[in-house]
Design a protein around this ligand. Structure first.
Ligand SMILES: Cc1cc2nc3c(=O)[nH]c(=O)nc-3n(C[C@H](O)[C@H](O)[C@H](O)COP(=O)(O)O)c2cc1C
Length: 361
């Protein structure tokens, strides 16, 4: 059967369909458990959570499903050397964004407090809570962490945006490689070369990786229905990871307006921008995203830019100025149909089975 792949065997799931984890408070226990209970692998993006919050989320997921699930972290979670920026750099970002703060009638924020990486403490919790699957992006955890995962029976999956990154993940002994194509919503998780030069599309990336790497590959980016699933499997992928289509369902933690935007005409245009967080990410093109193209020199490193922009975002939401927000989305949004995660899963499973039955006959 189409769903009996190396990836579904390793992950202990019925169908090789992964719900992409969402960082930034967009994941939900309900979405994870809905997908896992339907035979796929639900995923929770936890990189912004404190260790204590991760424990609570993990306990809630364990109470909601007895099936495998995934918790996701960012290995590299800061681009600052000492967690801070110079006064000069901060003045530059204030000048760039002043017109937008003025438009919203709010004061420019103060310089953010220095940021300290959270990954080390977060990963301690992963090793303690032992989720069945631990996925990560923006790098590779240290060898001793991967070794402990192996010993504890935690399956590991790491994101690659290039063949070199996939080779590095395989050399480190990661169990599964997520081939993260250019079409994907959210951040480009590049870690060996700049994200701007790691822009291969999913279907080329899967083939490049399958040629050179033995580790099972999960295709991520631009997949939202039977066509994408069947095509990815035909190209040699061992599973697919679907993000934007699940983000748009009622079960995700996206706001109502975000979900509405994903189903709107506006979703036909997306932009890759560093201006909203300090790292390159894809969202629905808005007035502010267009204005900021080529002005990214003046922005702060990740995650200080996220903190700076959170003030603008909050006021824009309160005042319903949607053109001042970047709503995260992949390029595939215009084909989305389903508002319930269970219905999305059901349609993909039924239609993929019918598709492969047709091919056989
Ligand atoms: C809003 C948003 C947030 C995301 N956050 C994360 C994350 O924290 N960690 C991660 O590994 N992938 C993250 N992703 C990537 C997804 O898990 C998935 O790989 C991707 O969305 C697949 O591409 P698609 O959006 O075209 O379906 C995020 C995607 C979106 C849309």
């Amino acid at each position: 059967m189409w769903y009996q792949t190396k990836a579904s065997e390793i992950l202990g799931i019925q169908y090789p369909i992964l719900q992409g984890p969402f960082g930034g408070n967009l994941s939900s226990v309900r979405l994870v458990s809905t997908v896992s209970n339907a035979g796929g692998l639900g995923g929770y993006g936890a990189y912004t959570l404190s260790p204590q919050e991760i424990i609570v989320v993990d306990q809630q997921i364990k109470a909601a499903t007895d099936k495998p699930y995934n918790i996701n972290l960012w290995v590299s979670d800061t681009d600052t050397s000492d967690g801070s920026v110079s006064d000069e750099q901060f003045k530059q970002v204030q000048a760039l964004f002043k017109p937008y703060f003025d438009e919203l009638g709010i004061a420019l924020p103060e310089k953010p407090a220095p940021f300290k990486s959270r990954f080390e403490n977060q990963v301690e919790v992963i090793l303690h809570q032992k989720p069945p699957v631990f996925s990560f992006m923006f790098g590779i955890p240290a060898a001793d962490i991967l070794e402990q995962c192996r010993r504890l029976g935690i399956i590991t999956a790491g994101a690659a945006t290039t063949l070199d990154e996939a080779i590095a993940l395989e050399s480190a002994g990661v169990d599964l490689i997520i081939a993260s194509g250019f079409e994907s919503g959210g951040h480009r998780p590049s870690f060996l070369a700049p994200a701007e030069s790691s822009t291969t599309g999913t279907f080329v990336l899967v083939q490049l990786i399958k040629e050179k790497v033995k580790t099972p590959v999960i295709a991520a980016g631009g997949i939202a229905n039977v066509k994408g699933v069947a095509a990815a499997l035909a190209l040699g992928a061992d599973a697919v990871q679907i993000g934007t289509a699940f983000l748009a369902t009622d079960e995700s933690n996206a706001t109502a307006i975000h979900r509405q935007m994903l189903f709107s005409d506006a979703a036909k245009d997306t932009t890759l921008s560093r201006a909203f967080t300090g790292r390159l990410g894809r969202g629905i093109t808005s007035r502010i995203a267009k204005d900021l193209v080529n002005k990214e020199k003046g922005i702060l490193p990740f995650p200080l830019q996220t903190q700076f922009m959170s003030h603008l975002r909050k006021a824009a939401i309160e005042q319903e100025k949607w053109d001042m927000i970047l709503f995260w989305s992949g390029q595939i949004a215009p084909v989305l149909k389903y508002k319930k995660a269970g219905e999305l899963m059901k349609s993909i499973l039924e239609e993929t089975t019918a598709c492969f039955d047709r091919l056989k006959s």
